[in-house]
Each structure stands twice: as C-alpha cells, then as structure tokens.
Write a protein that binds this ligand. Structure first.
Ligand code: FAD
Length: 301
C-alpha cells in the first residue's frame, strides 16, 4: 500500500485506479497491450474498461476485460451500459462478464449511440443505471459463491448531468443508486478541486456514504483538452489552454503538472483515491503518480 504525506505532516494512504478503452486497430491493440503491462505493474486498485463509448464495439470491451484478467495482475472492472438494449440482453452481458471471472462493474445508462440523441425513443426507453445496479445484484444472488464479492460502481457528476435539473436531483439520484446496491462512485471529469469537494460534501449531507473517486485526465494536446471540456460540460481552464497553444498544441508535461496540482488538492481535501483516465497511454498517468509519491518503482522496462 502506498502512502502520501499530506501538508501538515500527517500520513494517509492514497490509492489509484485507471480507465482504458478497447483499441480500434491492430496497431493500437499492440500499443494498449504494452501500456496495460505498465499500468498493471503500478499496482492499481483496478483497471476499468469502457463499454460502447464513442461507438466502440461492445465485444471488444469484453475481450479487453478478459485480457486484463488473464494476462495482467490488475483487477479488471467492466463498464456496462443499458442504452438501446433489452433487459434480457443486459442480463446476458452481465452473465458473460461474470462467466469470464470478472465480478466488478461500473453500471451506466450509457451515451446515446452514434446518430441518436437523448430524444431518441430507444434512448428514452433504456433501462437506467439504477435498474442495471439492481440487475447486477440479482445476477450475483444467482451465483451463490460470489454473492459477497465485487464492486458495483456508478457514475457521479460534480458539475451535474445534462439530464438533471438541479444538484439536489442529481444527488437524490446518486443516493438512490447507493440504495440499489452501488458501493462506489466515480466522477465525470472536472477541472477545479472545489467542484469535487463541494459535491462530495453535499452528497454526504444527502446521505451518500460510499466512496467517490475523482476522475482525472492528464491531457497532452489542445484537442484532448477541448474533448475533456466538452465531456465535463465546462469551459477548459484558460491558463492550461493558453500554455498548450504556446507549445504548438502538444505538451504532455503540462497535463501532468496540472493533474498533479489538482490531485494534490483533492487528496489533501479528503479524496480517498484518484481514478486516472489514461487515454490508453501509461507515461503521463504514471508520471502523475510518481510526482504524487504514490508509485513504487515501475518494474516493467
Ligand atoms: P443514469 O444514472 O441512468 O442517469 C443520468 C442522470 O440523469 C442522473 O445523474 C440524473 O441526473 C438523471 N436522471 C436519470 N433518471 C432520473 C430519474 N428517474 N430521476 C431523476 N434524475 C434522473 N458511457 C458509455 O457509453 N460507456 C462507458 O464506458 C462510459 N463510461 C463512463 C465512466 C464514467 C466514470 C462516467 C462519469 C461516465 C461514463 N459514460 C460512459 C457516460 C455515461 O454513460 C453518460 O454520462 C450517460 O449520459 C449517463 O449515464 P449514467 O449511468 O450516469 O445514467
């Protein structure tokens, strides 16, 4: 277990986890295989694998989850979505993941598939993440040997989900996911420590007791920063945007520097851990962890 020395001299334990997504080409798959060996050697709590995001193939997610399980020491956590799927297809997907020996999930409604939006009948009729959490609990109960193991994570939105009209509606929904059986939450990307800290504070007052992992991504390029800003539904920090532009739009070290500063504030403010969106690369996220003193020497060369 790693430890982080916090301002004020107190020592506390801080942990980390990673997110990867299925590769879209043979060359990208080779690079990802290399990256996950490094990520796994860093001893994360888990490596999560996205599902159907950005139009990616859902079968490829299951293959990557299996690869992590069979070829690395890391614990895979499978994202699973319900959007435009029948209840029976979702149930089958849960069992396929469990058949692969994976019992940790991130239960999501999912982004609308390409070519559709929130107004699409298939999207409106989708099961919610709340119902997915319940289906995962039911599937666990059908497999008595595994009833007591496994994380059921859900998404949290420090700056609000677009479908929610207020923070209190968002928090009620998150607490409902906890009541349905979720035991972990992972946040959407955000840029300012107070976005997370005030959200977690309000969530605690609303009855949330499960850990909320802040999701962070060290960007390397101006294009990535724009993408992250659009996901977060927030304007990108002007200083980082300016500094990246001054470097011709590519400066991985700036993304590391900004993420280290943000993570330090979050951990000092009580975040239990950091969840790093890797963009399928290991160099920047490991540099962040090294700077934070959370990493023992990386044994993979
Ligand atoms: P839900 O929990 O079902 O609801 C979303 C929001 O809608 C709630 O926060 C609430 O504000 C509102 N809402 C919904 N129903 C109600 C209700 N009955 N009452 C009140 N409010 C309601 N997408 C993918 O496709 N694949 C992925 O792998 C993926 N990974 C992600 C990982 C993380 C950490 C995060 C934060 C998001 C991820 N997403 C992914 C995106 C996610 O699927 C979208 O944000 C989607 O629009 C919402 O999913 P959800 O599970 O939060 O939905």
């Amino acid at each position: 277990m790693n430890s982080l020395l916090l301002p004020g001299g107190g020592a506390t334990r801080a942990r980390f986890s990673f997110e990867v997504f299925p590769a879209r080409s043979g060359a990208a798959a080779l690079a990802l295989g290399h990256a996950v060996q490094h990520l796994s050697a860093a001893d994360p709590d888990f490596i999560s694998v996205t599902y159907g995001a950005n139009g990616s193939n859902r079968g490829a997610s299951l293959d990557l989850v299996k690869y992590l399980r069979d070829h690395t020491d890391a614990l895979p956590l499978a994202h699973l979505t319900t959007v435009s799927e029948t209840r029976e297809a979702v149930r089958e997907a849960i069992h396929a993941i469990m058949d692969a020996g994976v019992h940790d999930f991130l239960a999501l409604r999912g982004d609308p598939p390409r070519g559709t939006d929130e107004s699409d009948a298939g999207v409106i009729g989708s099961l919610s993440s709340l119902e997915l959490v319940q289906l995962i609990s039911e599937a666990r109960a059908e497999r008595p040997a595994f009833t007591s193991v496994g994380r059921t994570a859900v998404a949290a939105y420090p700056n609000g989900h677009p479908l929610s009209r207020s923070r209190s509606e968002d928090l009620d929904w998150l607490v409902a996911k906890q009541e349905a059986g979720a035991n972990l939450a992972i946040t959407q990307l955000f840029f300012h420590a107070d976005d997370y800290l005030s959200f977690v504070d309000d969530a605690g007052k609303a009855g949330l007791t499960i850990p909320v992992l802040p999701g962070l991504m060290p960007v390397a390029t101006s294009a990535q920063l724009r993408k992250v800003a659009s996901l977060a539904g927030q304007a990108a920090p002007a200083d980082l945007a300016r500094e990246l532009e001054a470097e011709g739009g590519y400066a991985p070290e700036l993304g590391v520097e900004h993420t280290v500063a943000l993570a330090s504030e979050l951990l000092a403010g009580g975040a239990p851990s950091v969840h790093l969106y890797t963009f399928n690369r290991h160099e920047q996220v490991l540099a962040v962890l090294r700077e934070l003193n959370l990493l023992t020497p990386d044994p993979v060369r």
